[in-house]
Design a protein around this ligand. Structure first.
Ligand code: 5GP
Ligand code: ZN
Length: 101
């Protein structure tokens, strides 16, 4: 989708620090890095949020988020992680392209 920052990252028009990639999903470091290792798991196809994404793709993204969280704990020695997805502006969503933090 035009004017979507995550679609631009997926197309390579905006650089990102990639953590994981497959045919349907890209994971990269959040630009803010308020917490070290803050990663975004993003669907390559544009859907607005968790609630509007087809279940099979959403499940696959949750699998990827779980694996990244497991690696952060086991390999990177994080003491804890949050796994969240904000849906709609009122709930804190600032980029209207489905992503899991
Ligand atoms: P939301 O507020 O929608 O839940 O999360 C959007 C996240 O995207 C924010 O944490 C923000 O820091 C991150 N973000 C916004 N623009 C960019 C960008 O251009 N590159 C990267 N890596 N992260 C971004
Ligand atoms: Zn998009």
């Amino acid at each position: 989708m035009e004017d979507c920052v995550f679609c631009k990252i997926i197309k390579g028009e905006i650089p990102s620090n990639k953590v994981y990639e497959d045919d349907d999903v890209l994971a990269f470091l959040d630009i803010s890095q308020i917490t070290k290792g803050h990663t975004l798991v993003v669907s390559k196809k544009h859907y607005d949020n968790f609630l509007t994404t087809p279940k099979e793709l959403m499940h696959h993204m949750m699998d990827v988020a779980q694996t990244i969280g497991q690696i952060q704990i086991k390999e990177l020695h994080a003491k804890g992680v949050n796994i969240i997805s904000n849906c709609y502006e009122e709930a804190g969503q600032s980029v209207m392209h489905f992503h899991i933090h």
